[in-house]
Design a protein around this ligand. Structure first.
Ligand SMILES: [Zn+2]
Ligand SMILES: [Zn+2]
Length: 237
């Protein structure tokens, strides 16, 4: 199903996902709840406003993990305000940030944040660059990171380079949500989406985008049909 009206909400077996927004070059923002756990994915611009609408302040403070698929601004633009809010509200428990190794945007934001607020940060921020694709568990949620194929143009001209980019599959009580992040059609995404209870797939290619950077609607649908349900997101508006 193509989704252009946000937010999008889905739940099954105590696992839920709310996609506040997913518009290429503008913003993404996703909240996953698994039992009592709260996970933020791709905190683009507006994430703090959306979390504030959705949750009580103490619930925002209890977010344990942030998952970042890649460093493009529409996926990380809200990290600074989220980190700052948690500091102002005196979060104490650690915040883990998981991101693809080589994603310099996250490390730069973190370093700048530490420089600006130095000794007044009330909570540990634990950066976890993902270097391999081993499954791991956070508060009972199994996470499978997998590599995807995403690119950008360099500042000077039409040269294209790949960027470190991941998709994530989250499993809770046997229920699986596969989120591909931004990607061209790739085998790893097709493999992880297959059989998932929900696949969230970008269909970001249009006549203005760089070929091979995003999926066409047809490509995304092909993968989506192998999952039990799917949403197509990140469609240019
Ligand atoms: Zn994007
Ligand atoms: Zn991107």
């Amino acid at each position: 199903m193509v989704k252009s009206e946000y937010p999008i909400y889905w739940e099954k077996n105590d696992l839920s996902i709310k996609i506040f927004c997913s518009i290429p070059a503008i913003a993404t923002g996703i909240l996953v709840r698994a039992g009592d756990s709260k996970i933020v994915i791709d905190p683009g611009d507006g994430i703090l406003r959306d979390l504030n609408d959705e949750l009580e302040p103490e619930e925002i403070l209890s977010v344990t993990d942030v998952f970042v698929t890649h460093g493009h601004h529409d996926h990380v633009g809200g990290v600074w305000s989220l980190l700052t809010y948690l500091r102002v509200m005196r979060k104490r428990s650690p915040l883990f940030i998981w991101y693809p190794e080589g994603c310099s945007e996250i490390e730069s934001i973190y370093n700048a944040f530490r420089t600006v607020y130095s000794n007044s940060i009330s909570y540990p921020i634990i950066l976890r660059p993902i270097m391999d694709y081993k499954r791991f568990i956070r508060r009972g949620v199994a996470i499978n990171p997998f590599p995807v194929k995403h690119s950008e143009t360099t500042g000077n001209g039409d040269e294209i380079r790949f960027v470190p980019a991941l998709g994530f599959k989250f499993t809770w009580n046997g229920t699986k949500i596969c989120y591909g992040g931004d990607t061209a059609y790739c085998h790893e995404l097709a493999k992880h989406a297959k059989g998932a209870d929900l696949a969230i797939l970008e269909a970001g290619e249009d006549e203005e985008s760089v070929p091979g950077m995003h999926m066409t609607m047809e490509e995304a649908e092909t993968i989506g049909r192998s999952a039990k349900e799917f949403f197509l997101v990140h469609v240019p508006q």
